[in-house]
Structure formats: structure tokens, C-alpha cells
Design a binder for this molecule. Structure first.
Ligand code: DGL
Length: 266
């Protein structure tokens, strides 16, 4: 019989890089007492350009690190890693593993023009999971899939607000608006860090949907009975990167919103 994990055990969250911090922020808001571990696999970002076996290997190695760090649940805060490796992760580990997927279902509910645009990496958009979502929810809505090469790299470089990033966003989003999309799905966890730039580009009539809060709530439901409600002691966050630690320190601190310590992970 598997024993119930300790409620004070941490929650592990990982992404190909710093994008999953957008999900970590939602987890912190929804579950304020939890201890959190975050792994940014920045040495290997973007996953979107890697072959399937490589991404699966990285997801398993990071999950193993989180399990050895006593995590009571894992959030795969990466649409690409979810699309490629979620089945392997769930068949390897027995703890709750929460996945990301582009928020197509809520977007279909929100659109009035019945046209939505989905921004994500090519690998996510080519996945069977996204094909299933389009089949399920695309009956009365046109779902336009827009790959966005280069955006993950811009966020990883800390260049969310440069001319080049704005050009990329314009190139990817303008055709969606021209087709009549009134709702945009941010199908990559890096993209919420570009939301101010996207909002400036599209104006305030367009709905932008991203699922980090829904994912945090799903995590909370899965952990029911194992939530850390201890009022004593500060909840902690530990950040790890496979990339350069000094660069990660500056970037993670900026995106997280306060100066944090980042440790190296091989
Ligand atoms: N944040 C990841 C995602 O949600 C980026 C994937 C990548 O590195 O290609 O898909």
C-alpha cells in the first residue's frame, strides 16, 4: 500500500526554462503555504527544437530529481514536455503529476467571432493532444494554430520587451486578427511574460486566455487531504537551473518579482 505523503513536503514544478515561473506564481497564489521547488532546464531550452526522445529523457531526469527531493506532486509547467512525455512520466511515477495543455476549451467558450488563435511551439501544436482538442471543440469554432518560433528564446534571454520581440509578436498575431480571431490562447508557459506586449499590440477588445490558475486549482484538487495548512514558518521556494547560475539569478528574480537564490543543477 502506498503511504500518504507528508503535507509539508514540497511541490515540484519544472519547465524547459523560466516560462513555468508563470505557473509557479499561480500555484503560490492558490496555495500560499506550500513549499515549492522549481527546475528551469534552461541549458536545454527550447524543447520545441529537440527530438522526442531527448525531451522525454529530460522530463524523466528532472522528475527523478524532484521525487528524490521528496516532492509530493509534480507540475509539468511546459506544454511541450506535456505533449511529449506526460504518459511516460505518469507510468513511471505514482505521485500526482499535473499537466499543461493549451486552453482551447475555455477559449471556445469565450469567443464571440467563433474564431480563436492558439500561440504555441510547433511541437505542441503538432501533438496528438492538440489535434484531439481541435476535434473536440472545433465543431462550431475555427481554431487557427500559430507556431511562434523565437519567442521562448526571447523570454529566456530576458528580452521580452525589445523591438525584435515586438516584431515577432506582430508577425505571428497580425494574421490571426486579420482572420477575425477575437480570442488568443497562450499555449506556452513562457508567453504570459509577453502578455503586456501582446496586449499593447492587440488592444483591449481581444480576449487573452492562459491556463496557469486553472492548473494551480487542479493541483489543489489533486492534493486534497495533503495540503500544507501549517501556519508556523514561512513557505519556501527553491529555484534550480541547468543553465548559467548568475544569468538565471537575475532573470528568475525579475520574473518572480523578488531577489531569489538559484542553484545549479547538472
Ligand atoms: N514553456 C514551454 C512550453 O510551455 C516552452 C517549450 C520549449 O522550450 O520549446 O511549451
Amino acid at each position: 500500500m502506498s503511504k500518504q505523503p507528508s503535507s509539508i513536503a514540497p511541490i515540484g514544478v519544472f519547465d524547459s526554462g523560466v516560462g513555468g515561473l508563470s505557473v509557479l506564481k499561480a500555484v503560490r497564489k492558490v496555495m500560499p503555504q506550500e513549499h515549492l521547488l522549481y527546475v528551469a532546464d534552461s541549458a536545454n531550452a527550447p524543447y520545441g527544437d529537440r527530438h522526442v526522445g531527448f525531451i522525454e529523457g529530460r522530463a524523466l531526469a528532472i522528475a527523478q530529481f524532484l521525487v528524490e527531493s521528496n516532492a509530493k506532486a509534480i507540475v509539468v509547467a511546459c506544454n511541450t514536455a506535456t505533449a511529449v512525455a506526460i504518459e511516460k512520466l505518469r507510468s513511471t511515477y505514482r505521485l500526482p503529476i499535473i499537466a499543461m495543455e493549451p486552453a482551447i476549451k475555455p477559449a471556445v467558450r469565450l469567443t464571440k467571432s467563433q474564431i480563436i488563435g492558439v500561440l504555441a511551439t510547433r511541437r505542441t501544436l503538432e501533438s496528438p493532444a492538440v489535434a484531439d482538442l481541435c476535434r473536440l471543440y472545433g465543431e462550431n469554432t475555427r481554431i487557427i494554430l500559430q507556431p511562434c518560433p523565437g519567442l521562448v528564446e526571447q523570454v529566456e534571454r530576458g528580452e521580452a520587451d525589445t523591438e525584435f520581440t515586438r516584431q515577432l509578436l506582430g508577425r505571428y498575431i497580425a494574421p490571426l486578427l486579420a482572420e477575425g480571431a477575437d480570442t488568443l490562447v497562450l499555449g506556452c508557459t513562457h508567453y504570459p511574460f509577453l502578455e503586456p506586449q501582446i496586449r499593447r499590440l492587440v488592444g483591449d477588445q481581444i480576449t487573452i486566455v492562459e491556463p496557469s490558475t486553472a492548473v494551480a486549482r487542479q493541483l489543489e484538487r489533486r492534493l486534497m487531504g495533503c495540503i500544507n495548512v501549517a501556519s508556523a514558518g514561512m513557505p519556501q521556494e527553491h529555484f534550480y537551473t541547468t543553465g548559467a547560475v548568475d544569468k538565471a539569478h537575475a532573470l528568475v528574480s525579475r520574473l518572480w518579482g523578488e531577489s531569489v537564490n538559484v542553484q545549479g543543477l547538472v
